[in-house]
Ligand binder design. Structure first.
Ligand SMILES: [Zn+2]
Ligand SMILES: [Zn+2]
Ligand SMILES: [Zn+2]
Length: 279
């Protein structure tokens, strides 16, 4: 994440940065010269393998190549006091990964028991090991994410229903996905099953046997077939499929009540019945 740069100020900072050549405040004097805040920041975040074989942060520059502290003679505090890793520090002498770790622990700990529920341990591990801990911090610090995780920490049980009861959001679906991936929640086939059960009952509401057969086929060949091609039936699909079948049943029942058979159906009837289905 690079911050947008401020405009240069050659009057205030007459000596340009040794690295980018721009006139900004010099924040450090390194063997290759005075460096500005932007280059300092970038140096702390440069990672790779130095010519000497050292793998980690390469803040130095030797022959235009990134170099480690030892080779470049740059003194920079990038040793995490908590995990010992060589990494950009966030605060309190700790790296971003360690700080993210404590934020996750804090959010997922149930204040009553003082520990993280067993079911949430894999989630905690997944959140802590986000590849880019600084993006992870930005994500987790958002108010709605924080609130969501706190709620989850005290949820009495973990099921798709628990999730459905929490406010609908991308966070909810993201966390649901993680828990599914880690086997805490089952892959969601449950909406498919619920639809099957719902449809079996709904079909029975069709009054005329021939129409009932028509609805049965509509359910099977249109809706269920589509659902069976989906990895996971979404709530939207589930609700739409219910609604469309309900409308179709209402229409056919209306026709039956008015002594109209499907082949006799005219545009005029359709207009009448569309009022009915909206009612
Ligand atoms: Zn610079
Ligand atoms: Zn080196
Ligand atoms: Zn650390």
């Amino acid at each position: 994440m690079s911050r947008p740069r401020k405009a240069e100020d050659p009057t205030r900072w007459p000596v340009p940065c040794a690295r980018c050549g721009q006139h900004h405040q010099t924040v450090a004097r390194w063997p290759d010269g005075g460096v500005c805040g932007y280059c300092y920041q970038q140096a702390k975040r440069t990672r790779g393998t130095c010519a000497c074989g050292h793998e980690g942060v390469l803040p130095g520059i030797i022959d235009d190549q990134p170099a480690c502290r030892q080779c470049s003679g740059i003194r920079l505090n990038i040793d995490c006091e908590s995990c010992g890793a060589e990494d950009e520090l966030h605060s309190g002498g700790r790296c971003w990964t360690c700080v993210l770790g404590s934020v996750v622990d804090d959010l997922l700990t149930d204040p009553i028991t003082g520990s993280i529920a067993n079911e949430l341990v894999p989630l905690a591990a997944a959140l802590k090991s986000m590849k880019r801990a600084n993006s992870g911090m930005t994500w987790i610090r958002q108010r709605h994410v924080t609130a969501f995780l706190r709620n989850l920490a005290v949820a009495p049980k973990f099921s798709h229903e628990t999730f459905d009861e929490l406010p609908d959001s991308r966070t909810r679906e993201y966390v649901r996905g993680l828990l599914t991936e880690h086997g805490v929640l089952p892959r969601r086939d449950e909406l498919r099953t619920r639809y099957e059960n719902w449809a079996a009952e709904a079909i029975e509401r069709t009054t005329e046997p021939q129409n009932r057969e028509l609805i049965r086929r509509y359910v099977r060949w249109h809706h269920q077939r589509r659902m069976n091609h989906m990895d996971e039936v979404t709530r939207g699909t589930f609700l739409r499929a219910k609604q469309q079948v309900t409308v179709a049943i209402d229409l056919l029942n209306w026709l039956t009540d008015h002594g109209i058979s499907l082949p006799d159906l005219t545009q005029a009837h359709l207009i009448c019945s569309s009022h009915l289905s909206r009612a």
